[in-house]
Ligand binder design. Structure first.
Ligand code: SF4
Length: 424
């Protein structure tokens, strides 16, 4: 890769191949990872990936909500607003310093309505105009800067949506929910569908689809990987995380998962990423977890991946499971929780995390049963094996409800956070 080039005039500074952080870090001020292009004017800052597609934007005017907040565009072509949440309790609640405000209804308890601020939408709509003006106004632009600006302009809103649609088509549909652990790479994961559907089709679930559970074949995995190489192209160097979809990839079985990880590492060349380390994120179910032998986790120890598997336990209370329409028993949930502790204690490259639901209308027995697992069943505080509490209601943020969450967090003996459902 060529070194960083910078052009500066009285009105603009443009840097190509600017080096950001080589790892994802959790800081209370913005730290951007990877290699990207930056355009900065008096009014705004724009970032582009190595395919010249816009990935971040920030206004600098008085109407911009906060100088440390920004807009991010992901590969699903969603614009997400990263807010500090006033720095009050966001880190304690989510494990991250910044709160992703999503442009669709989700189950987040925190956050306001930043998209109602017109200057965010204005920036999303108007960034191409800024590039056009630079091309027209600046007479001394070097050739490589002109080429970058022209390519970035060609990646207009329609083209960006087309790329996202191509990604969805390749993977057999949009990833409607990412595992909460994907926060460790800021949800910048490359999606590979190893199996469609899920086993349980729980009544309460807002993200399920109608597809029966069906694993993909190795040939289908290879086909996806070839397509992903074409979609991510020059920007692959900025990725070190995979999402193995869909809702119960663990049930696809050790052989297919290990095949996918090895093939992805090789074809996508993740070990050569600018970002240190590789990680993979997937969902599992109580059944798939209890059916997965230790040998699978032993094999993962030999791979370059840190693997995070998120299991939907939902409740340790039978009345709640019945109300949710989740066809498992509280005894199975207890077995799965014990198995999670066993795996987390014995395998350094796997972390199994678990989800439980949170809602004030659930049976009164739900929270005591939750505490039986995350407090009473554990003799001491553990640093590994996060538990995520997932609010059941969508589109109803309520800071006051976080009081109850904080109480549970203090009592829990594993790291405990809120789960904000986020798609790709
Ligand atoms: S909670 Fe999980 S297993 Fe249940 S329907 Fe939703 S995706 Fe399927």
């Amino acid at each position: 890769m060529k070194p960083t080039t910078t052009f500066t005039s009285d009105t603009v500074q443009i840097s190509l191949r600017k080096m950001g952080s080589a790892k994802y870090v959790k800081m209370s001020y913005p730290v951007f990872s990877g290699i990207y292009a930056e355009v900065e004017t008096r009014d705004l800052v724009l970032h582009f990936n190595l395919n010249n597609e816009i990935i971040r934007a920030r206004g600098k005017g008085a109407d911009w909500p906060h100088p440390h907040e920004w807009l991010k565009r992901n590969m699903g072509n969603d614009w997400i607003y990263y807010s500090t949440g006033g720095y009050t309790g966001v880190y304690e609640a989510t494990g991250e310093y910044y709160l992703p405000n999503l442009p669709y209804k989700t189950n987040g308890m925190l956050g306001g309505a930043p998209f109602q601020n017109g200057c965010l939408q204005e920036l999303i709509n108007s960034w191409p105009r800024c590039l056009e003006e630079i091309l027209t106004r600046e007479s001394n632009l070097p050739e490589d800067i002109v080429s970058f600006l022209e390519k970035a302009l060609a990646n207009n809103a329609d083209r960006l949506q087309q790329t996202a649609d191509n990604l969805f088509t390749l993977c057999g549909g949009r990833s409607t929910v990412l595992p909460p652990d994907a926060r460790h790479v800021d949800y910048n994961v490359i999606p590979i569908t190893v199996a469609t559907g899920c086993l349980y089709k729980c009544r309460f679930c807002e993200v399920k689809n109608k597809r029966l559970f069906a694993p993909k074949s190795p040939a289908e995995i290879d086909h996806q990987l070839d397509g992903l190489m074409r979609i991510y192209r020059d920007d692959l160097i900025n990725y070190n995380g995979l999402f193995l979809g869909e809702h119960d990839a663990l049930n696809a079985g050790p052989k297919l998962i290990l095949y996918t990880l090895k093939s992805a590492e090789e074809k996508l060349n993740l070990s050569a990423s600018f970002l240190h380390g590789c990680s993979a994120y997937l969902f599992g179910s109580v059944s798939s977890l209890l059916n997965t032998p230790d040998d699978f986790f032993r094999e993962i120890e030999q791979l370059p991946f840190q693997v995070y598997i998120n299991i939907g336990l939902e409740s340790h209370d039978q009345a709640t499971l019945d109300l949710l329409g989740k066809p498992i028993t509280s005894a199975q949930v207890a077995d799965a929780f014990a198995r999670i502790q066993d795996i987390n204690d014995n395998f350094s490259k796997t972390e199994i995390t678990a989800n439980f639901v949170l809602d004030e209308d659930l049976p009164q027995t739900h929270l005591p049963a939750f505490l039986e697992l995350v407090r009473e069943s554990l003799p001491r505080v553990k640093p590994k094996g996060c538990v995520y509490l997932s609010p059941l209601k969508f589109g109803q943020p309520s800071r006051s409800k976080t009081f109850g969450f904080n109480r549970l967090k203090v009592l829990s003996r594993v790291p405990t956070y809120l789960y904000i459902i986020q798609r790709l």
